[in-house]
Design a protein around this ligand. Sequence first.
Ligand code: FES
Length: 650
Amino acid sequence: ITDPLVLFMPSGKRGRFPVGTPVLDAARQLGVYVESVCGGRATCGRCQIEVQEGNFAKHKIVSSLDHISPKGPKEERYERVRGLPEARRLSCSATIQGDLVIDVPQDTVINAQVVRKAATDRVIERNSAVQMCYVEVEQPDMHKPTGDLERLKAVLQNDWGWKDLRVAPHLIPEVQKILRKENWAVTAAIHKDMEFSRATVIALYPGLKNEAYGIACDIGSTTIAMHLVSLLSGRVVASSGTSNPQIRFGEDLMSRVSYVMMNPDGREAMTKAVREAVNTLIGKVCEEGGVDRHDIFDCVFVANPIMHHLFLGIDPTELGQAPFALAVSGAVQGWTNDIGIDVNRGARFYTLPCIAGHVGADAAGATLSEGPYRQDSMMLLVDVGTNAEIVLGNKNRVVAASSPTGPAFEGAEISSGQRAAPGAIERVRIDPETLEPRYRVIGTDKWSDEEGFEEASWTTGVTGICGSAIIEVVAEMYLSGIISEDGVVDGSLMAKSPRIIQNGRTFSYLLREGRQGEPRITVTQNDIRAIQLAKAALYAGVKLLMEKQGVETVDTIRFAGAFGSFIDPKYAMVLGLIPDCDLSEVKAVGNAAGTGALMALLNRDHRREIEKQVASIEKIETALEPHFQQLFIDAMALPNKVDPFPKLAE
Ligand code: FES
């Protein structure tokens, strides 16, 4: 007789196991992630599963509740004391009695909120670098004079298989006290990242400790974003963001590098500022999630190269000049205590590798999240900030570059530009006949020509144009003939519309006159130039990578970052920011860098995956490519001097 067949859902992993095998053991052998803190003592309740009943023809399995052992005394005790949902069983106690289809419930898989963020809809299987292990340590005996610590290590090896364990030095003075507090029962937090690295006890608690958290953090030049995640359930407990306080040292990255070069303690000041902001943000997500910050054991960071260096306390001066040498390009690991991050005293940190001098760990995070290297189709991944980070490739080859777009897309350097905030114009349409505009303002839900707009916009006022609307207004001006292919405002239209106004030798478009106390909002010739320069830089970078790949078109485009979430892909293409592509294949993926950090936090295999990919990504330095200039000049025209956009016409 053959052994029963066991199928785990949703992973679909299956195998045959002898009758009597605990379900948890079967899961382990197949590499299906089921949590366990108490080591199968039926006390932690982390290992819950459900049995599906029925005839699963496709898998040729008849699964029934009779095919699993009835609840034993330990499981019954757990149910009595802690409660067990109706259909649930503890997989450490329940044993296999016949063919089974087992459901690993959603709350033990990553929550849907995170999965949706990755356009690839990947479920992140958990295999975090930190594991909580409950043990009952043998009590001391006069005849066996081993130390308490040695007996702790012995039982961790015996019950959990940890060999050659290290114990974090700060714990050693505490061990005896902790062991005696709950009658020799303790939970050890054990960190192990690489296959060959030694596992380390990083924290120790009396009794059963059923909570462990991690943070995934994206340190951007303007914003720092963070997820607080339960390492045991994979659930995102809270997410939040704050502005990067380094802005006071310089708006853009290069001015921050100059600050370091000009001020003797500039680097220290900036490192301190960003670490303080990260600590404050940890406080904020912990408060939101009702979590004690000392229950955070692992922290994963992504950042652009300059932020990465400053955060780690590295002088970024070399990144400010050719050949843009990174001090360290590989993944960095260490103790959070050494970088001034206030979480558990024994917590570890990990930063994703940087791709190149201008393409950072954030781009590596976005690459991990969107996974161009996993696909047949040619994927373009762009993260637009003051520097656009561009990755292009498929499973055969991936190339990356950065392009100096400047801050125009973020609304800086634009006469009426502002950050996306209540009062900012976010959508614009221009009637090609009358040249009259309609617009929508953040904080109101009406278009400007709808009844009630004036009242609705009264509280916020109408204060400026945000990044997404700048793209739209310039594109609409082009579509309605107000500007030419070269981006020049046609002054002869003054005769047709009072919205065209003259400023010296150039012309502007009046978007809104403004009520009393409000600014007059115009789009000037300079504004259009700034957008042209930014979009030409982005496009030229993309085009250079397409040439390296030897392709004329791309199959999919992913916009990462806040900018991408707000712009309308159609307008981005009208202006020629991005190459021609089926519009349905252009998607905004939100903070993909943060999602990549989350993946690396929840599963250490993803760390190895991105480390390997980054090592093989080909880095192109746009500044050193003689051809870049020509591509840039061609891309100044709307949408482009040489490249056609056939998909736009469709
Ligand atoms: Fe802890 Fe099953 S492993 S209850």
